[in-house]
Design a protein around this ligand. Structure first.
Ligand code: B12
Length: 388
C-alpha cells in the first residue's frame, strides 16, 4: 500500500459555513485521501501550526464570509515564513470568491480556487494529480523543530505503509522515555475523550510554565484507505505552541492504534516532551490497545449510558485501566453508572481510580481531579492495592 496523500482542511476565522467542506472532506476520504479537519472559525496561525505538525501536502480552505484574498495570502505568507512553503494552499467558496479574486490570490501564491459547479470528482482527481508526490523526507536544513519532527513522523508512517519496516515490537519503549510521562486514553466513540484531553492539556500547560505536550490522536481509516482525522476540530486549548499534535489513521490495523504508533511514540519521547498523550479510536468491548508497556497510565473514558449493568462485565479495559472516567456525569444516569462501575472495578482488587467529569464544562472539578491523579508522583509499590 502506498502512503496516502494527507491534506488539512479548515474554514477561516469568523466563518461558520462548514457544510461545503464537510461534503468535500467525505469525498476526499472515500478516494483514499487522509484529511485532517481543523473545523471552522480558525485563525491563519492555527491552520499553519497544524499543517506543519501534521506534515500535510496541502491546505484546503473553504471561505464564504469575505476577506478571502487576505486570509489565503496570510496562510501562504506564514507557511513561507516558517520554512514550509512546500505546503500548498488551495480552496473555494462558491458564491463569494470571484474569478478576479482568484487571479489576485494566485499571484499571492495560492495554488488553485474551485468555483461553484465544479464536480466533487473533478476536485478529487485534481488533488490526486497535483499532490500525489509527497514532500522530500527529512525537511530542509535549518527548518524549525516542529517541522523536522513532523517530517520524521511521516517517514515512520510511510515506511509502514510501504511495507519496508519490519513490524518488530519494541519490548519496552519506556526504557528510553525516562523523563516523559505517557498517558493512554481509550473508550467508546462519543464518550468525550478528545474534549477531556483538551481540558487536561489546558491544566497541564497552566501547571507547568514550560511543559511541552505531545498528542498522538487516532482515527479509523475507512474503506478506500482514506481517513477523516477530525480530533483537531474539537481541540481549542491544544492550539498552542507548546503542544505538538499529530493525527494518525489506523491504516488497516485493528485495536485502536496505528502500526506506526510505537515508533512514533519513541520519537516523540526522544524530543523531550514532558507528556505524551495517546488517544485511541473509539473502541469496543474487547479492545486492549495499550499492550507491551506502551504507556505509564491508562485512562478509560466511558459514557454513563452504556446500557444494562451486565454490559460492564464484558468491557476488558475495565480490568486493565488505571483510571476510569465517567464523562458527561451531568447526565441523569451518571449516579447509577458511577456506583455500578465502582462495584465492577472493586472486584479487580487493584488500585484503580474512578472519576466523574463533565469535560465540556470549563473548570470542571472532576477534570481537576483527573489531572491531579495523572501528575502526582508514582506511589511506592507497598502502598498500591489500597483504594482511596
Ligand atoms: C448554505 C449557506 C449558509 C448556511 C451555512 C450552513 C453551513 N453549516 O455551512 C447558513 C444558512 C447557516 C448560512 C448562514 C450565513 N450566511 Co450563508 N450561505 C449559504 C449558501 C447558500 C451556500 C454555501 C454552500 O454551502 N454551498 C455549497 C457548496 C458545496 O457549493 P459552492 O459554494 O458552490 O462551492 C463549490 C466550490 O467553491 C468548492 N469549494 C467550496 N469550498 C471549498 C473548499 C475546498 C478545499 C475545495 C477544494 C473546494 C471548495 O466546492 C463547490 C464545488 O462545486 C451561500 C450562497 C452561495 N451560493 O454560496 C450563502 C452565503 C455564503 N452566506 C452568506 C451570508 C451573509 C451568511 C450569514 C452572514 C447570514 C446572516 N446574516 O446570518 C450567515 C453567516 C453564518 C456564519 N456563522 O458564518 C453570504 C456571504 C456574503 C459575502 N461573503 O459577502 C452568501 C454568499 C449568500 C449571499 N449571497 O448573500 N449560510
Amino acid at each position: 500500500m502506498a502512503a496516502p496523500i494527507r491534506i488539512l482542511t479548515a474554514v477561516p476565522i469568523c466563518d461558520g459555513h462548514d457544510s461545503a467542506i464537510n461534503t468535500i472532506n467525505l469525498e476526499f476520504i472515500r478516494h483514499g485521501i487522509e484529511v485532517v479537519y481543523l473545523g471552522y472559525h480558525r485563525y491563519a496561525e492555527d491552520i499553519v501550526r497544524a499543517a506543519i505538525q501534521e506534515d500535510v501536502r496541502a491546505v484546503g480552505i473553504s471561505s464564504y464570509n469575505g476577506g478571502h484574498i487576505e486570509f489565503f495570502a496570510e496562510v501562504v505568507r506564514q507557511l513561507k515564513k516558517r520554512g514550509a512553503d512546500d505546503i500548498k494552499v488551495f480552496g473555494g467558496g462558491g458564491g463569494t470568491i470571484t474569478h478576479d479574486d482568484q487571479r489576485v490570490m494566485q499571484k499571492r501564491g495560492v495554488d488553485q480556487i474551485f468555483f461553484a459547479g465544479t464536480s466533487l470528482s473533478d476536485m478529487v482527481k485534481w488533488v490526486h494529480q497535483r499532490y500525489r508526490k509527497g514532500h522530500k523526507h527529512g525537511g530542509r536544513k535549518g527548518a524549525p523543530a516542529d517541522m523536522l519532527l513532523a517530517r520524521k513522523l511521516t517517514e515512520i508512517e510511510d515506511s509502514y505503509a510501504n511495507g519496508k519496516r519490519p513490524r518488530k515490537k519494541i519490548q519496552n519503549p519506556k526504557s528510553k522515555i525516562q523523563n516523559t510521562k505517557v498517558i493512554g486514553f481509550t473508550g467508546p466513540g462519543g464518550a468525550g475523550k478528545t474534549t477531556l484531553i483538551d481540558e487536561l492539556v489546558l491544566r497541564l500547560l497552566n501547571r507547568g510554565a514550560k511543559s511541552r505536550i505531545a498528542i498522538l490522536s487516532h482515527d479509523p481509516s475507512v474503506v478506500g484507505e482514506g481517513a477523516l482525522l477530525g480530533d483537531r476540530a474539537t481541540m481549542i486549548n491544544s492550539q498552542d505552541d507548546r503542544v505538538f499534535m499529530r493525527s494518525m489513521a489506523t491504516r488497516g490495523q485493528s485495536g485502536g492504534l496505528s502500526p506506526a504508533t510505537e515508533d512514533c511514540l519513541r520519537l516523540l519521547a526522544d524530543n523531550d516532551f514532558d507528556y505524551v498523550i495517546i488517544e485511541t479510536v473509539g473502541t469496543g468491548q474487547e479492545a486492549m490497545p495499550f499492550q507491551n508497556k506502551l504507556v505509564d497510565q491508562t485512562v478509560l473514558v466511558m459514557n454513563p449510558d452504556y446500557g444494562a449493568r451486565l454490559q460492564l462485565q464484558k468491557i476488558v479495559m475495565l480490568d486493565l485501566a488505571d483510571i476510569v472516567v465517567v464523562n458527561k456525569s451531568d447526565q441523569e444516569r451518571a449516579r447509577t453508572a458511577m456506583s455500578e462501575i465502582e462495584r465492577r472495578i472493586e472486584q479487580n482488587k487493584r488500585d484503580q481510580q474512578l472519576v466523574a467529569t463533565v469535560a465540556k464544562r470549563h473548570r470542571d472539578a472532576g477534570v481537576d481531579k483527573l489531572c491531579d491523579l495523572l501528575t502526582q508522583p508514582a506511589r511506592p509499590a507497598s502502598k498500591k492495592g489500597k483504594r482511596k
